[in-house]
Design a protein around this ligand. Structure first.
Ligand code: GLA
Length: 368
């Protein structure tokens, strides 16, 4: 069986609710500085991915005190919402949207169309016209359900890949295969017509890497953006995921130039899925936590210096809820070493990474 987020979640139940732990976490979080307050002082937004598993009292308190934006981690994806062409499952995204609205949080709709090889099997036999109809009805139905509550959408996730397609380098998947590169432009146009007030984002991965792979992604993304903007496609912003990899080079100056390239195209920027894969960092927890904190600091110092950047979102807040943690627990349940990619440990205690982010926000230049 392929390991993915869904079956890993099923295999590893979350920790039981323990009132004393909840109390301790509350006391600790009450004394903590707040990411969202530090960000607000610079007219920035800090957010996090969230799943329905975090809709418990402990996690809800942590999210409410620390972030002003949430991104449904998986529940709004087509794979979850549409087990078949005609079945629509909105319970999980509805629960997250309700939580966010109750707490006056912004919601990043993630994601309308994600062209990759993990999309629902029922897409495979569709003809070109049927595929276009599915894309249109999907955007229409999902966006209109949340109009007025979800105001920013990742319309397209991860379009870039290694598949040559004319002057483009794109990711393989059913939408590209059946509809060609126009699946991207048409999805943005559709999204604009469904909700003219929503901000529409193209979300991409790997661009913070300074190896040839990441540099290829930067180039391919700019080529694609120019193509879309030249045609008047309604894109408002670019999401850069920021899944930082240990052991992969990162050059702040070069990344800063790339951010400026996006900004000078008139687009806003969001860092949408920040975390640090610590697999190449030392086993020793203290040393590793410092390395993770340093990786956040290096990225955020250059990111927050660019005024086109409007928000930063983490891909969960606590280590135990990280995608990397689930993946590692699934592949080696008895391993002594566990990933520590995020800002809070398994008891919701802040780690050096948390302080590094607070300090980066405090150092950031004030925005107009
Ligand atoms: C990508 C997607 C996210 C999530 C991560 C892995 O970055 O955009 O939704 O699936 O992969 O956790």
């Amino acid at each position: 069986m392929q390991i993915n987020r869904r079956n890993a979640l099923a295999a590893f139940a979350v920790a039981p609710f323990i009132p004393t732990r909840a109390l301790a976490a509350c006391e600790e979080s009450a004394a903590l500085p707040s990411l969202k307050k530090a960000a607000a002082e610079k007219a920035l937004i800090v957010g996090s991915a969230i799943s329905v598993l975090q809709l418990n009292d402990d996690d809800k308190a942590l999210f409410a005190s620390q972030v002003s934006s949430v991104t449904p981690e998986n529940p709004m994806k087509m794979t979850v919402i549409r087990p078949s062409r005609t079945d629509w499952k909105f319970e999980r995204p509805d629960a997250i949207v309700d939580f966010a609205v109750e707490n006056a949080m912004q919601i990043r709709g993630h994601t309308l169309i994600w062209n990759n090889d993990k999309q629902p099997d029922w897409l495979n036999p569709l003809s070109k016209d049927e595929m276009q109809a599915v894309v249109d009805e999907h955007i229409e139905k999902v966006m209109s359900r949340y109009t007025g509550r979800v105001k920013i959408w990742d319309v397209i996730n991860e379009p870039v890949g290694t598949q040559p397609f004319g002057k483009f380098s794109l990711r393989k998947g059913p939408f590209l295969e059946r509809l060609g590169v126009d699946y991207i432009a048409n999805s943005f146009r559709r999204a604009r017509s469904v909700d003219p007030h929503a901000k529409l984002v193209l979300n991409e991965t790997h661009t913070e890497r300074d190896d040839s792979f990441g540099l290829g992604y930067r180039k391919a993304l700019l080529t694609l953006l120019d193509h879309l903007l030249d045609q008047g496609v309604p894109i408002d912003g670019v999401g850069l995921q920021g899944h930082i990899q240990s052991g992969v080079p990162f050059r702040p100056d070069a990344f800063g130039v790339f951010l400026e390239e996006i900004a000078r195209r008139g687009l806003f920027i969001e860092i949408t899925e920040l975390d640090v894969n610590d697999d190449k960092f030392p086993d020793d927890v203290t040393a590793r936590d410092l390395k993770v904190a340093e990786a956040y600091r290096r990225l955020l110092d250059v990111v927050l210096a660019n005024e086109a950047v409007k928000s930063i979102s983490f891909w969960q807040l606590g280590d135990r809820n990280s995608y990397y943690y689930y993946r590692a627990s699934y592949s080696d349940p008895s391993a002594a070493r566990r990933p520590r990619p995020l800002l809070f440990d398994h008891r919701s205690r802040p780690k050096p990474a948390f302080n590094a982010v607070i300090e980066a926000l405090q150092r950031a230049p004030a925005r107009a």
